[in-house]
Design a protein around this ligand. Structure first.
Ligand code: NDP
Ligand code: 8X3
Length: 251
């Protein structure tokens, strides 16, 4: 006999880069639809605050460190959903003046970081019987623009990783989704320009960018389709943006 007082345990979701932007909005949105969310990021004070607000759990995570990823994964007992969101862009220099540290950090975070989390958590996702990996790509995984090679190369690589994962996981109960946004106003541009707030505002001047909540909506939609439905890719841009370089600006 089942005991009616026993509640079904909540499904667990991991969101990386949950201290800001898309990750924070996604953690909030997933908690609203009933997930217990594990928030990972380096700025622990921020994820701790958000975890308290949404009834989730904050765990320090640096996706560029294998040790950090393994320690993080060891704390997670079971898992249905992994949102690989942590990522960044550094600088806008042409290749002839490429900053190797910037390139290394972008690849370590945007590509190697996703590999590390996926490798560490795949057994738990599979054991759930209904696992889902959502990778936050970018239109920079489809397009290129001058000065953006380090970032666009990393997001093209991430897209290749996501597509390969779908081939390798065929026949196993794990869905794989790529969500690729265009211009969205978060802390992304501030990070790209080393904290220069004026420079960071320029990409959004005279246009209406996407919000973090727009991306969280996509994650919620993709993950709430029936288990036999795999949403391969969502490319989402502001109405004011046709390509990475063609943006309609008013005034
Ligand atoms: P934000 O800068 O607002 O947030 C980035 C998040 O990534 C932060 O929570 C940060 O946490 C985390 N992060 C960065 N490095 C690491 C690391 N080494 N280990 C763990 N977490 C890390 O940017 P967005 O929310 O905009 O970006 C989220 C994702 O969306 C990224 O992958 C980005 O490339 C992608 N994207 C962004 C677009 C945009 O226009 N904003 C468009 C398309 C894609 P902390 O610093 O605390 O560790
Ligand atoms: C961020 C979008 O166009 O700045 O991934 O590269 S873009």
């Amino acid at each position: 006999m089942t005991d009616p007082s026993q509640k079904t345990p909540k499904k667990i979701a991991v969101v990386t880069g949950a201290s800001a932007g898309f990750g924070a909005a996604t953690a909030r949105a997933l908690s609203t639809i009933g997930y217990e969310v594990v928030l990972g990021a380096r700025r622990f004070d921020r994820i701790e605050r958000l975890a308290t607000e949404i009834g989730g759990r904050a765990l320090y995570l640096d996706v560029t460190s294998t040790e950090s990823v393994e320690a993080f994964a060891a704390e997670i007992p079971a898992l249905h959903l992994l949102v690989n969101n942590a990522g960044l862009s550094l600088g806008l220099d042409p290749i002839e003046r490429a900053n190797e540290d910037h390139w290394r950090t972008m690849f370590e975070t945007n590509v190697m970081g996703v590999m590390r989390l996926t490798r560490a958590l795949l057994p738990k996702l599979e054991a759930s019987g209904d696992g889902h990996i959502v990778n936050i790509g970018s239109i920079a995984g489809f397009e290129t623009y001058a000065g953006g090679a380090g970032y666009t190369a990393s997001k093209h690589a991430l897209r290749a990783l996501t597509k390969t994962l779908r081939l390798e996981l065929i026949g196993r109960p794990i869905r794989v989704t790529d969500i690729s946004p265009g211009l969205a106003e978060t802390e992304f541009s501030e990070v790209r320009f080393g904290g220069d707030k004026e420079k960071a505002k320029a990409p959004y001047k005279g246009m209406t960018p996407l919000s973090a909540e727009d991306i969280a909506d996509c994650v919620v939609w993709a993950t709430t389709r029936p288990a036999h439905v795999n949403i391969d890719e969502i490319v989402i841009r502001p109405l004011d943006q046709a390509t990475a370089t063609l943006v309609h600006r008013r005034g």
